[in-house]
Design a protein around this ligand. Structure first.
Ligand SMILES: [Cu+2]
Length: 276
């Protein structure tokens, strides 16, 4: 009976492995936190690695001591347990050592958290408003503003073949174009329910709450396309309001702003009725 179950489980695992390997999911299988493209995202990654390795060392020492005691000092090998009730030295030690380790974690973590909140001296301000179920971006200094919603390719694929579309549910009609090397401040709010603006490569995520303005900042170091999603359950289409950041060189960014402003003027001229 048991061998039948284990054979069925092995067959199931083999089938799952073949499915993942053939679907290309293996290629994208990364277990660790992505490093990202901003100084904050790098700090977050370094903190994550530092704490991970300290935890690995603690785990090896604690479990090592435990297994050595269990195996080498077992009763069957003739060992007798020590008979004591209290050890002030051990109690002080197991209070002070974790305290020192926690303080060692807290110092760099607090520095990064304070830095995350420091949106001063930003060169560009973008107001981000969440709606059910799309985003609005307003470039405060440049006067550019537009809505960004799920790309039609993904929308039609919802009831079709999702595998046939590139970046399924992670593509928008209008990307948020930003320059690299500039500190960008995001002012996050919402118009209906709570949303959350999250682009993993930028290293930060924050809620967009109606009636409140939350702040985030990013200094993108590499040009590229960075994708994210709404990260707060905001209704039936929560999974259909992605974010796409298109980071360009400063010259390209300026060109885009100028083209956008010119396009808006042409559109206005075309739609404004000429006075009789
Ligand atoms: Cu949302």
């Amino acid at each position: 009976m048991l061998s039948k179950i284990s054979r069925a489980m092995a067959a199931g695992l083999a089938a799952m492995f073949t499915m993942f390997a053939s679907s290309g999911a293996m290629a994208a299988w990364e277990l660790n936190l992505p490093v990202g493209v901003t100084p904050i995202s790098r700090d977050v990654y370094d903190l994550h690695m530092l704490i991970l390795w300290i935890c690995v060392i603690i785990g090896v020492v604690v479990f090592g001591a435990m297994f050595v005691s269990i195996v080498l000092h077992r009763k069957a090998a003739g060992h007798k347990p020590a008979q004591f009730h209290h050890s002030t030295f051990a109690e002080i030690l197991w209070t002070i050592v974790p305290f020192v380790i926690l303080v060692a974690f807290a110092i760099p973590a607090t520095k990064t958290l304070i830095n995350m909140e420091d949106t001063s001296e930003a060169e560009i301000t973008i107001k981000v408003t969440g709606y059910q179920w799309l985003w609005k971006y307003e470039y405060i200094e440049d006067g550019v503003s537009f809505y960004s919603s799920l790309a039609p390719s993904s929308r039609t694929a919802i009831y079709g073949d999702p595998w046939a579309v590139e970046n399924y549910l992670l593509e928008v009609d209008n990307s948020l174009v930003l320059p690299v090397g500039k500190k960008v401040r995001f002012l996050l709010t919402a118009d209906d329910v709570i949303h959350a603006w999250w682009v993993p490569a930028l290293g930060m995520k924050k809620d967009a709450i109606p009636g409140f303005v939350n702040e985030l900042w990013a200094l993108i170091e590499e040009p590229g396309i960075y994708r994210g999603q709404c990260a707060e359950l905001c209704g039936k289409d929560h999974g259909f309001m992605p974010i796409v950041v298109d980071a360009r060189s400063e010259a390209d960014y300026k060109q885009w702003v100028a083209a956008y402003q010119a396009g808006e003027k042409t559109q206005l001229a075309a739609t404004t009725p000429t006075p009789q």
